[in-house]
Design a protein around this ligand. Structure first.
Ligand code: ACO
Length: 362
């Protein structure tokens, strides 16, 4: 009879399975002869079999019940399993093999896979003394693994792992080094520390003419009150006139106006099904999505081209709705938002042939 043991983690430290159901979010589940815990591995088997459709069921069962393997399980608040990562530790070789992992169907692509992996990394570092992970990543999931720091460039010496890892058709061997000084459960904190160190080094080595500000004790309510920020021309509405190509500036500006509530009637083309008779009155329609599409095709190279389309959009609006209509009021707000910002866009040297080509295409 297969008997299993579940050791739950209290944060990252192990606690017995029989603990209360207001239990930790993570647990290491292992077949070590406790019948009560068989249930947990059966749930995990179901999860893996559903999510890893190409993996034969028998193989999944064999792996998770194999006593050299462990499964790092992640639980919902109600105690049901939301994800799992089956692994085999090779402690004296300094790595763990990630055999497979999965998040329940309805919970995928919501950050849970990242959370599971980050906690697992801390568990490997602190509980197993392991600083390297290896896996044969399914080719459909290599994008996920890359985002977790895995790469096909394995830096662990081959003598340490060759012959110890299971390989699969349609998979890519990937590895991930774990760093002691990074807390994977608090990536934003770790990134903050790195940025602080970079700023400190930059300030220390700053040459003449570079202004070094003392730094912030509190984050200001208004971002524009950060000393020095005006020099790099950052704006609260998320776009900058001094950086990037003309295309990039227009793209940020259109994204910014589309976030404003008053731009709602102008975000998409007006269709006759929503506004009967529109196309018979308005011969040259214009809206923000069309402008974004034109920008994506690099049509706009001057401020005037952009202004012309904004003007066309509001002229159409006045023509169709009249000057006192609520939609026209919103249109005027949209124009008032756009025009002063268009004035500040930075144009670059323009190749005439480029403009001619664009004119011909329209
Ligand atoms: N391909 C490419 N990118 C992906 C994939 C994928 N299959 N899945 C997630 N991502 C991206 C997300 O878009 C997200 O990107 P972002 O940070 O830019 O927003 C990032 O990876 C992190 O996504 P999470 O939401 O944390 O991932 P999720 O909770 O969905 O877990 C997992 C990822 C485990 C792959 C899950 O989608 C799943 O169970 N898939 C089905 C089973 C599977 O393919 N397992 C891996 C097989 S390979 C192996 O086991 C060794």
């Amino acid at each position: 009879m297969l008997c299993l043991n579940v050791v739950r983690l209290h944060s990252i430290f192990c606690v017995e399975m029989e603990e209360e159901r207001s239990k930790p979010e993570f647990a290491v589940v292992h077949n070590d002869r406790k019948f009560s815990n068989m249930i947990q591995l059966l749930h995990l088997r179901n999860l893996f079999s559903k999510a890893l459709v190409k993996m034969p069921r028998d193989y999944v069962v064999k792996m998770i019940f194999d006593r050299r393997h462990f499964t790092y399980a992640m639980y919902r608040e109600d105690g049901t399993i939301v994800g799992g990562l089956c692994f085999r530790p090779f402690t004296n070789r300094g790595f763990a093999e990630v055999v497979f992992l999965a998040i329940a169907h309805g919970d995928q692509v919501r950050g849970k896979g990242t959370r599971l992996m980050n906690h697992f990394k801390e568990y490997c570092k602190h509980e197993l003394g392991i600083n390297y992970l290896l896996t044969y990543a399914d080719n459909f999931a290599t994008g996920y693994f890359k985002k977790q720091g895995f790469t096909a460039d394995i830096t662990l010496p081959a003598t340490q792992w060759k012959g110890y890892i299971k390989d699969y058709d349609g998979g890519t061997m990937m590895g991930c080094r774990l760093y002691q000084h990074i807390d994977y459960r608090d990536m934003s904190g770790s990134i903050r520390e790195v940025i602080k160190e970079m700023c400190h080094n930059l300030a220390k080595n700053a040459g003449e003419g570079v202004i070094v500000y003392p730094g912030l004790s509190d984050f200001p309510y208004d971002i524009n009150h950060i000393p020095g920020l005006e020099h790099v021309n950052h704006r609260e509405d998320g776009w900058s006139t001094k950086t990037g190509t003309f295309y990039g500036q227009v793209s940020s500006l259109l994204a910014a106006v589309m976030k404003e509530s008053f731009s709602l009637p102008f975000r998409e083309p007006v269709s006759d099904s929503h506004v009967p008779g529109y196309s018979t009155v308005i011969r040259n329609p214009m809206d923000l999505s069309t402008m974004r599409m034109k920008n994506d095709e690099r049509w706009y190279v001057t401020r005037d081209q952009l202004r012309a389309d904004v003007k066309l959009m509001i002229d159409n609006c006045v023509l169709f709705n009249g000057p006192r209509h609520e939609v026209t009021r919103l249109g005027n707000e949209t124009v008032n938002f756009l025009m002063p910002r268009i004035d500040k866009l930075v144009e670059y040297a323009i190749d005439d042939s480029d403009i001619r080509n664009k004119k011909l295409r329209v």
